[in-house]
Structure formats: structure tokens, C-alpha cells
Design a protein around this ligand. Structure first.
Ligand code: DAH
Length: 351
């Protein structure tokens, strides 16, 4: 045999060894070892043939043969490890004990998390979700809510008007609150009604740490027979305890909104200092121990009448709250603008 033939044979052995390895575990590593590397294996026999080759050519061929042998042994060891019971796999380059690839995953926006939590609390109390348009008619945003034209209460909410007219020729507007969904829902369904309505609202306001021209509210409406202020108080107290913990307390301060009578500002006991900011003045409740969170009240008879609900038969309560304010309290965010900047350092903190 000459050197060229010997090399071709070695290459053929390596090829068929690779084929056998690929078939493993159908072919066991032990059988492959015996066939190629055993005392009478293919490689051993080929190495024995080296003696027929002239001495000067024999040396590099021997080195090639040994390298092939080592490579085969390593591959076999890897194969045996992979088939073995446990422990790191060596040899094949596959180590199952290494940590996996980190797949970057996103998270929900703090406002979405807050809204979901609030909606969950109300879902437990039987409230379903209603929605309304963002570009709204004066009638739904103001008139049917007992804001007559030129009523000074319209100035409580600086309105963005849109270059579109409604059917009555009035300018359309960006809704200034989620309260118009009350009207749309009542006009579309018979009582009883038990809904919440989250969504975006817009007001022509300067932006600062606690104001924005585009923010989010959640509206609530409950209409049935004999619904009273007591039901409103129980509902909001139950909701606050669910969201902020069982020590949360609620108090009502008299207030005015055209669509409710009586109307109230609802305050929750400070979730940060729990009313105990004796030494350092709590920056959240300003040392008062209370945080103003919602507007609420008993639905005004004029609102029921506008929706063809008989005020002698039906009564109800309504409430409205800014979602940003809740998000800031839940996640300890001191500046509302942080909620709109999409800074990953903020977004990553909320899961
Ligand atoms: N719509 C009011 C606002 O944006 C909030 C509000 C107050 C909603 C009292 C209500 C309510 O449903 O009863 O300022």
C-alpha cells in the first residue's frame, strides 16, 4: 500500500465513523468504539498497515492516524456522556447545566397595571366595562350631564374643541371626562346598570408634576331601585380596601358636580404615612393624613330624565377618578410626567 491509498482509507474510515455517530443512539457508542477503535477495529488495522509504507513517509501518516483516533475517542466520550444518567455533558460541546439564553421581555405600562387592578376590584363587585368615544359631542360631555349652555361649571374643565360639527351643528370636542359614558350607557340599556368605564380624557391644562393635558379616568355608574349614598360609601370603601389593603379608610367631603346631588370628594387615608406623619411632614398627604382621590355622588334626577329613566323609580350613584393618581400612589411615583416618558428605568419596576 502506498501513502496516498492509506490516506484515502483513513478518510473513508472517518466518514463512516461520522455516519455511525449520527445514527447514535440507534447504534450504541460501545458498538461504534469496538468497530472503529477496538483491537481489531478498522482504525487499528489501518495503523498496522503502516509497516508496509516506506519509513520516511510513515511518520506524518502515523501522526494523522493518531489525531483521527483522538478525535474519535473524544466524540465517543461525548456521546456516552449525553446518554449517561446525569451531570454535565462534556466532549460534545453541549453543557446542559449552563444558564439558558436571556430572552428580553416587555412589561405592562404602570397605568395599564393600575387600571387592570382597579377593574379587577370592581369586577368582583359585579361591574362590567363600558366604553365611549374620545371625540365627543357637547350633548354627552356636558348637556345631558346637567351642564346647561353657558353654565359656569363648564369652566371647571378647559375644553379642547375639534374642527368637526355634530348633527346639531355644535363643535365636537375631546371629552374632558369619562362621565359621558354614563349617558351613552343609560341611553343604550334598560336599568339596572352597573358599569365602570376607563379611558383617555383631555383638558387644556399646563403640564406639571400633577397635571397633564391628556390623562386617564375611570368612571363608575350604578343604577337600580333604592340605591343610596350608603351604597356608594360601601362600594368605594370596599374598593379602596381591596386596592390599598384592609387598613385603608375612606371619608367624604361635600363637593359640587352638576350631574350628582349630593356630590362629594372622596378621600382615602394616606397609604404612605397612615396619618402618622408627626415628625416629618408626609409629602403625599401634606401631613393631613388624607389623599383626595375621587369625585362621586348620587346621580342627579335631571341626568336620569335625560336618559329616559324615571327618577321616581330608579336611583343610583356615580364616581370618577384619575388613573394616574392611583398609579402614582400604588408605585410611589412622585411626578406624573414620569408616566409618559417611557423611561425603561421606570417601566421595568412595575410588573
Ligand atoms: N367627571 C368629574 C371630573 O372629571 C369626576 C366625577 C365627579 C365623576 C363626580 C363622577 C362623579 O361620576 O359623580 O372632574
Amino acid at each position: 500500500m502506498n501513502a496516498t491509498t492509506w490516506k484515502e482509507k483513513l478518510s473513508a474510515i472517518r466518514d463512516s465513523f461520522s455516519v455511525s455517530i449520527a445514527k447514535s443512539p440507534a447504534e450504541s457508542p460501545e458498538a461504534i468504539e469496538l468497530h472503529f477503535l477496538g483491537r481489531k477495529g478498522e482504525l487499528a488495522l489501518l495503523l498496522r498497515d503502516l509497516k508496509d509504507i516506506p519509513l520516511e513517509e510513515r511518520k506524518p501518516l502515523g501522526a494523522l492516524g493518531n489525531a483521527a483516533k483522538q478525535e474519535m475517542e473524544a466524540k465517543l466520550a461525548g456521546l456516552k456522556g449525553a446518554a449517561g444518567p446525569a451531570g454535565p455533558v462534556t466532549g460534545s460541546g453541549l453543557d446542559l447545566t449552563l444558564p439558558g439564553w436571556p430572552f428580553p421581555k416587555g412589561s405592562l405600562h404602570p397605568l395599564t397595571v393600575t387600571l387592570n387592578r382597579m377593574a379587577e376590584c370592581f369586577a368582583k363587585l359585579g361591574f362590567s366595562i363600558a366604553e365611549g368615544p374620545i371625540i365627543e359631542e357637547d350633548y354627552f360631555n356636558f348637556e345631558a350631564l346637567n351642564f346647561p349652555p353657558f353654565h359656569p361649571a363648564r369652566d371647571m374643565q378647559d375644553t379642547f374643541y375639534v374642527d368637526l360639527k355634530d348633527a346639531s351643528g355644535k363643535d365636537m370636542l375631546l371629552r374632558t371626562h369619562t362621565s359621558p359614558v354614563q349617558i351613552r350607557t343609560m341611553k343604550n340599556q334598560e336599568p339596572p346598570v352597573r358599569i365602570i368605564s376607563p379611558g383617555r380624557v383631555f383638558r387644556s391644562e399646563a403640564v406639571d408634576a400633577s397635571h397633564s393635558f391628556a390623562f386617564h379616568q375611570i368612571e363608575g355608574l350604578y343604577i337600580d331601585k333604592h340605591v343610596s349614598m350608603a351604597d356608594l360609601k360601601w362600594t368605594l370603601e370596599t374598593f379602596m380596601k381591596d386596592l390599598f389593603g384592609s387598613s385603608a379608610k375612606v371619608r367624604f367631603m361635600p363637593s359640587y358636580f352638576p350631574f350628582v346631588e349630593p356630590g362629594a370628594e372622596v378621600e382615602v387615608s394616606c397609604v404612605f404615612c397612615r396619618g402618622k406623619s408627626e415628625t416629618v411632614r408626609c409629602p403625599v398627604c401634606k401631613g393631613t393624613g388624607w389623599i383626595e382621590l375621587l369625585g362621586a355622588g348620587v346621580v342627579h334626577p335631571n341626568v336620569l330624565k335625560a336618559c329616559n329613566y324615571d327618577p321616581a323609580k330608579w336611583s343610583g350613584f356615580a364616581f370618577g377618578a384619575g388613573i394616574e393618581r392611583f398609579a402614582m400612589l400604588l408605585f410611589g411615583i412622585s411626578d406624573m410626567r414620569m408616566l409618559y416618558e417611557n423611561d425603561l428605568r421606570i417601566l421595568k419596576q412595575v410588573q
